[in-house]
Design a binder for this molecule. Structure first.
Ligand code: TRP
Length: 356
């Protein structure tokens, strides 16, 4: 199998689940970081289609989605000559390692993971923040929406990372707990087998904090399931409409009034796409009560379009070339499998799984 040159660069690994088109949250939380890292690190980026199965996508939709995200990766500037770009399910070594690693993962720690509790609550239709969902889950044991794949999501993610012996994992803030678990599983494995085989992969943020990109609905982060997203593939009209409809408030009444969450969210988005200088002007206008949200939204839409429209053009172009897409991931899978096979062989050996 083909082994790409490493040149002793640090290894970077990251992926995005194929559950819909990529939005600005994916872009600023992950993708734009991937693009900035590709020249200086040994980067491997993948599409997490096995992880997408945890929420039961329609099979045909899932397959199309993998191609969409691949096109979006490439359109955003990921260069297949500089990175290994692959689809998770094309590397079966990951699935085998997931089985092996699950032997060292406790169901208690998995049940306490925030993302699992969130998804389990949603699947069971429980709104409360009660920490006592274990009982509900056990009582609902025939509900396949709270499936074992969802529970062991962090094991699979840990294997994605550890199978490459990655040093850095550029991800958004919402993934930090999963990274923490990855480090925990790695050091548990090391301790159990008295080895120093796995390292301690960490997030990567170019010196700043992990970004949390807010949605347009005035509440929390931008997320597919929240319905508050700006997609890279949105056309101009759709995008303008979304931004103009973003939730705000009645406007400041007294100078120096604290900024409400929905408006703060727009400032945060503006910081990302327009830069701090522009945001500061609007913050000043807010402080002296002269701000007009309509104007601010127009500016915001304009600056988002400057980022997304060129990417959209490229997505449409690349997505129509299925032969190219297929070529990219075939080569990527071959490269990724070369590394994955080495790690899996070592892990099997360490655990005592050997051919007779
Ligand atoms: N859990 C990540 C997300 O939802 C996707 C993912 C799966 C991932 N495996 C990974 C990210 C390994 C980084 C590294 O966005």
């Amino acid at each position: 199998m083909e082994q790409t040159q490493n040149d002793n660069k640090k290894i970077v690994l990251s992926g995005i689940r194929s559950t819909g088109n990529l939005h600005l949250g994916n872009y600023y939380g992950a993708l734009s970081k991937f693009v900035r890292m590709q020249d200086d690190y040994d980067c491997r980026f993948f599409i997490a289609d096995l992880h997408a199965l945890t929420t039961h996508p329609d099979p045909r939709t899932l397959h199309e989605n993998v191609k969409d995200i691949l096109a979006e990766y490439l359109a955003a500037g990921l260069d297949p000559e500089k990175n290994i770009i692959y689809v998770q399910s094309d590397v079966p070594e990951i699935s085998e390692m997931y089985l092996l690693m699950n032997m060292h993962v406790g169901i208690g720690e998995l049940m306490r993971t925030a993302s699992f509790k969130d998804k389990a609550r949603k699947a069971l239709g429980i709104n409360s923040d009660s920490d006592d969902i274990e009982k509900d889950i056990i009582g609902n044991q025939t509900n396949q929406r709270v499936n074992a794949g969802l529970l062991t999501y962090p094991t699979l993610m840990a294997c994605d990372i550890l199978i490459h012996k990655a040093d850095f994992v550029p991800v958004g803030k919402d993934q930090e707990q999963h990274l923490e678990l990855t480090r925990r599983f790695a050091s548990r494995f090391n301790n159990f087998y008295k080895t120093d085989y796995f390292g301690k992969p960490v997030n990567f943020n170019f010196g700043g904090d992990a970004v949390k990109v807010p949605g347009l609905d005035g509440s929390g982060k931008m997320g597919k399931s929240e319905g508050n997203c700006i997609y890279l593939i949105d056309d101009e009209k759709t995008l303008r409409k979304k931004v103009m409809r973003a939730v705000t408030d009645e406007g400041p009444k007294t100078p120096g009034q604290p900024v409400s969450q929905p408006v703060e969210n727009l400032f945060t988005l503006m910081d990302l796409v327009s830069g701090k200088e522009t945001t500061d002007q609007y913050r000043a206008a807010y402080a002296d009560c002269s701000i007009r949200y309509g104007d601010m939204k127009k500016q915001l839409a304009e600056d988002i379009l400057k980022v997304t429209l060129p990417i959209r053009e490229r997505i449409l172009d690349i997505r129509s070339n299925e032969e190219y897409l297929s070529k990219v991931v075939r080569r990527g899978a071959e490269q990724a499998r070369a590394y994955a096979a080495d790690t899996l062989r070592d892990v099997r050996e360490i655990m005592g799984i050997r051919r007779i």
